[in-house]
Ligand binder design. Structure first.
Ligand code: PLP
Length: 352
C-alpha cells in the first residue's frame, strides 16, 4: 500500500550526477569548479559557526547587499535561495499559471518541476546544430525558460536576440537561467532595469566554487522579487543557512580570485576543445565550464564506460537526440591532460 498522494505517483525525479566516494576519481560529470572557494571563505564560515545557535537572517542581506552592488541593481531587485534549483522551483510555482515553454534539450530539472507542479509544458525542439530557435517562442502564451548558455550544449544565445523576445512579449514572463554565464555568456541582468517581464537566475555553484554551499539568486524588478519572497516566506523563511550566507559574502568580497579562476577555466576549456577536435570529435562551441562532444567512431555510452574504468567520470544522457554526446566538465589542466590521454588510448583501441 502506498500513502503517496496519487498526484505524485507519475513523478520522475531529477537524477543528479554521481558523487563518488573514492577521492582518486577525476570528476568531470557535474560541472563543478575544480578550484577551491576564495581564500576568505574558510575564515568567514568559521566565524559564522559561532552564530549557529541563532536562525539565519531571513532577509539574507549579508549576500543580497554585495550581490546587488556587484550586479549593479537595487537590493530589492535581488532574491537569494538554497541553490538556483530552489530559486527555479519557486519561480515555477509562482509564475507558470499559463504553462511553461522551454527547449527539448536543456536543464533536466525544468521538466521535473513542470511535472511536480502539474504545469502544462510546451517543449520546443532545438535546431539541428543544437542552437535554440527563438522564433517559435514568439507566438506562445506560456512563461518561457531558457538556460543561457544552454546545458548540456554550452551554446549561447546573443543577449540582443533574447532582448527582442522579452521586448516583443511584454505580457509574458521570460526567465533566463544564467548558471554558466560567467564562463563566456552575456548576462541579461542589465536588461532587468528596462523590462518588468524578465527574471534572471544565477548561481554561486559554478563560477564561485560554492556548489556544496547551495546558493543561487534571482534578479528582476521589485514586483517579481516580492512574489518570490511571498512564496519563500510561506514555505521556508530561513532558506539560506548562516554558513552559506557567510561563504557567499566572502566570495563576493574577492573579485580578483573570482576573475582569475574563471579565466583559468576558460583557458583550459579552449585548449581542451582544440585537443578534442584534433582527435576527431565534434565539439560544440561551448561558452560554459564544460564541453559537449561526439565522435564518429565510438559511441558516447561506450566512451563513458571506458573512461569510468580509468576512474574518469563524465556525463552521458540516455536521451533521444543527444545519446551520442558526452558532457565533460572542465577540470584543472592536469585533470584534462589525463582525460585527453585516456581518450587517446581508448580511441586507439577502437580504431585499430
Ligand atoms: C542550467 C542549470 N541551471 C541551474 C542549475 C542548478 O544549480 P544550483 O542549484 O547548484 O545553483 C544547474 C546545475 O547544474 C544548471 O545546469
Amino acid at each position: 500500500m502506498s500513502f503517496l498522494d496519487p498526484k505524485y505517483r507519475h513523478l520522475v525525479p531529477y537524477v543528479p550526477g554521481e558523487q563518488p566516494k573514492q577521492t582518486a576519481v577525476i570528476k568531470l560529470n557535474t560541472n563543478e569548479n575544480p578550484y577551491p572557494p576564495a581564500p576568505g571563505v574558510e575564515k568567514a564560515v568559521q566565524l559564522a559557526v559561532q552564530q549557529l545557535a541563532k536562525y539565519s537572517d531571513a532577509s539574507c542581506l549579508q549576500v543580497r547587499m554585495p550581490l546587488a552592488q556587484y550586479l549593479g541593481v537595487a537590493i530589492e531587485e535581488v532574491f537569494v535561495g538554497n541553490g538556483s534549483d530552489e530559486v527555479l522551483s519557486l519561480a515555477f510555482q509562482a509564475f507558470m499559471a499559463n504553462g511553461v515553454a522551454y527547449p527539448d534539450i536543456t536543464y533536466g530539472f525544468y521538466q521535473v518541476f513542470a511535472d511536480m507542479y502539474q504545469i502544462e509544458a510546451v517543449v520546443l525542439p532545438l535546431k539541428e546544430d543544437l542552437t535554440i530557435d527563438l522564433n517559435p517562442y514568439q507566438s506562445l502564451s506560456q512563461t518561457i525558460v531558457i538556460a543561457n548558455p544552454n546545458a548540456p550544449t554550452g551554446l549561447n544565445v546573443p543577449a540582443a536576440s533574447l532582448e527582442k523576445l522579452v521586448k516583443e512579449n511584454p505580457d509574458r514572463l521570460v526567465i533566463i537561467d544564467e548558471a554558466y554565464v560567467d564562463f563566456g555568456g552575456e548576462s541579461m541582468v542589465p536588461y532587468t532595469k528596462h523590462y518588468d517581464n524578465l527574471l534572471v537566475i544565477g548561481t554561486f555553484s559554478k563560477s564561485r566554487q560554492l556548489a556544496g554551499a547551495r546558493l543561487g539568486y534571482a534578479v528582476g524588478n521589485q514586483a517579481l522579487i516580492a512574489d518570490l519572497n511571498r512564496l519563500k516566506f510561506a514555505v521556508n523563511p530561513y532558506n539560506v543557512n548562516a554558513l552559506t550566507l557567510a561563504a557567499g559574502a566572502a566570495s563576493l568580497a574577492d573579485d580578483t580570485y573570482f576573475a582569475a579562476q574563471v579565466h583559468k577555466v576558460i583557458q583550459v576549456r579552449e585548449s581542451t576543445k582544440n585537443e578534442l577536435v584534433e582527435l576527431g570529435f565534434h565539439v560544440t562551441d561551448s561558452a560554459a565550464n564544460f564541453v559537449f562532444i561526439t565522435h564518429p567512431h565510438i559511441s558516447a555510452k561506450v566512451l563513458q564506460d571506458q573512461l569510468r574504468n580509468d576512474q574518469i567520470y563524465v556525463r552521458w544522457f540516455d536521451q533521444p537526440l543527444i545519446e551520442n554526446y558526452l558532457r565533460v566538465t572542465i577540470g584543472t589542466k592536469t585533470q584534462m591532460d589525463i582525460f585527453i590521454q585516456s581518450v587517446q588510448m581508448i580511441l586507439k583501441e577502437v580504431t585499430q
